[in-house]
Every structure is written in C-alpha cells, then in structure tokens.
Ligand binder design. Structure first.
Ligand code: MG
Length: 369
C-alpha cells in the first residue's frame, strides 16, 4: 500500500438540516423543528471517501455555526495528512483546540469509516468485531400533555417499539402524571425511563423519582444540573431507581470523575459529546472498570450518525439496557440511506465502513444551494 494513496486531499462540509416529523417536538432545554448538524466527507487523493456527522448541540455549548468553524479549522490539519494515522491526527486536533467534541467526533468517525471502507470491512471490525448484531430500539417521547404522550407511545408500540424515554420538565406532579398515563397505556411489559434534562432540584428529583418508581421506571436520566455532582450523588443514593448521567458526562475526564466518585449508577454514552468512537469506547471501559453501568444515549441526526453508534454498540459487551439508536426514524430528508428500523429493532449493517451511503445527489448539491 503506497502512502500517497492514503493522503487526505479534501475535506467537504455539507449542511444537514433535517425537519422533524413532529415540529412541536421539545424537551426541557429546547424546542427546534429541525435536527441540525454537518456532514464531513474526507476524500483521499485515490478517491476513497469517509463520512462523519457533526451534531450541533447548543445545550452542550456547540451551536451550528461554531461547529462548522471548528471543522474548518481542523481541515488545515487534515489536508495532506496520512488518513491511516488516525491516532496521530486526533492527537493533533486535541493539541489544537480544547473540547469542541462535536467537530472532533465527526472527524474521528470519518477517519474510521474511510479506513474500514479501504480495508473492505465493517467499521466494528476496527474495534474488535461485533459481540451482538441486533438492538432493541428505545424511543424518546417529547414533552406534551399526559394524554398526548400516551398516544405517542401507543403509536410507536404499534410499530414494534417496547422501550420509551419520557421527557419530563421539572414539575413533579405533572411529570408523575405523564409516567402514570404512559404506564397505563403501554401495560406492564413496556420499558419506561425518564429524562429530566437537569430540570429538578435534588430534593424534587428524589420526590419525583420515588413517586415514578411506583409505576415501574428502569432509569432516571440527568435529574439535576450538569455541574451539581453532589446533588446528583444525593439523588443516586436516595432513590430505588438507576440514576444515569448524561449532560454531566460530556467528556472522558468527567466520566472518570463520575465513576471514581460513584456519583451515578449509569452513564449515557454518546459519540457526539465524547468526541468520537475512540473516546466513547474508552469511556465504556472506564465504566466497566468502575462497576458503573452504561448504554448508548440519543444519537439524533442522520442515519450516518446512528450507523456509527450501532457499530460501536456492537463492540461493547457491557451495555445493560435498550439504547437510543433509531431517532433518525422521526427525521425527514436524510441524505444517507442503508439503515432502517424493523419491528422496533435495528441491525448491524454488513457492508464495508459504517454501512450507510449518501443518497445520489444528496451531498455537494446541498452545499451549493
Ligand atoms: Mg439526556
């Protein structure tokens, strides 16, 4: 293999603005009728391509235009580099800019996708191969009235979904009423979880989760402010439900802090907030070593992002509960194809790379609009 054939010749950045099928979709921190991000395409001088998705996440400090500016800044490191030298490239990105994990995640994914496509192997083979190939879908229920949320859950159950994450917003009585309504609609076998997106005080969280436990919830995600680690530990130690960190776990060192201090029972891992596949897998290993559970949190955006998450999940034996790998199913105009939900399940793609491909004409043309 000649070195020249591996050199990155071009970095393309396409906008990826996907309308939600429900324009009223909202959670405790924001409401946006679109899911927003960027598609990063790395092209070698041999014409090989690798694709990565950069998620705009204002609630993690990464608004849309800032993410693009970061990718553009990183492009100067990428062009001319050996695409096979993934660890060296990621080290240079970390040396250039602290944080900015959403932009780094897209580049990490694109480099690994490119490498796997060049080798002709599925992406997960770069990380030790698959220990599982099928995943049950957990779908998010956005904040609405209890009756509307129950109706949403029913609609998804009719499509084969058996696990739900109930978005709540910090009003104990209303939030408990939502959980009760959804449990009544879905029956005793549905898996229910809640995500407060930081909207409770620690004492309110304890009150709410203790009440919700009567209706059977499998986990409670990020009940209190991301920076309130003492409050998070207080909730964890006080309720009979698995407490999971999400916004509090948005870097590898924060995952380590949470695990070291046993501040939570579980951590929600996301490629986007943790800066790529390598970091996210490292975070999973930290959790395993420290006896803290982990699963894969919401990967909202193009199928491209979900495909990366599915490949990563396939290599992680310790995932303890249903993961959020199919939110793409509620987004329109996806520029990628090749990953679908079947009766509430998603399967590991078998084709080389991450297993999805751009729809003809979907990239490039958008950038020129
Ligand atoms: Mg969350």
């Amino acid at each position: 293999m000649g070195q020249r054939a591996h050199t990155i010749a071009e970095v393309r950045i396409d906008p990826c603005i996907l309308p939600k099928d429900d324009p009223e979709w909202k959670f405790a921190l924001a409401a946006n009728p679109n899911s927003e991000g960027w598609i990063v395409t790395l092209v070698t001088d041999a014409g090989d391509c690798g694709y990565g998705y950069a998620s705009a996440m204002p609630h993690y400090g990464a608004p849309l235009e800032a993410v693009r500016a970061n990718i553009e800044g990183f492009s100067r490191i990428l062009v001319g580099a050996d695409s096979a030298a993934i660890a060296a490239i990621l080290q240079r990105l970390d040396q250039k800019v602290l944080g900015n994990n959403q932009a780094k995640a897209a580049i990490d994914c694109a480099l690994h996708d490119l490498q796997a496509r060049r080798f002709g192997v599925p992406l997960c083979d770069l990380f030790g191969g698959a220990v599982r190939t099928e995943f049950e879908s957990l779908r998010i229920l956005p904040i609405k009235t209890p009756a509307d949320m129950a109706a949403n859950a029913r609609r998804l159950m009719n499509k084969g979904v058996r696990h739900f994450k109930i978005k709540v917003h910090g009003d104990v009585a209303e939030d408990v009423a939502c959980v009760a309504a959804i449990r009544e609609e879905c029956g005793p076998d549905a898996g229910l979880t809640i995500d407060a997106n930081q909207s409770y005080s620690p004492k309110d969280a304890i009150r709410a989760i203790t009440e919700m436990a009567k209706f059977g919830i499998a986990l409670a995600e990020q009940p209190v402010a991301a920076g309130d680690l003492r409050g998070l530990k207080l909730v964890t130690d006080s309720v009979p439900v698995v407490v999971e960190a999400d916004e509090a776990a948005d870097s590898l060192d924060q995952v380590f802090t949470l695990v070291q201090g046993r501040m939570v029972d579980a951590v929600s891992l996301k490629i986007t907030k943790l800066g790529g596949l390598r970091n996210t897998i490292a975070a999973a290993r930290i959790c395993e070593a420290g006896g803290v559970r982990y699963r894969i949190g919401a990967h909202v955006g193009s199928r491209l992002l979900a495909a990366n998450a599915v490949h990563m999940a396939a290599t992680l034996p310790g995932i303890w509960y249903a993961c959020e790998l199919t939110e793409f199913d509620r987004l329109l105009d996806d520029p990628f194809e090749g990953l679908e939900v079947d009766n509430g399940m998603v399967r590991l793609p078998e084709t080389p790379g991450c297993g999805v491909r751009p729809r003809p004409g979907s990239l490039g043309a958008r950038a020129a609009e």
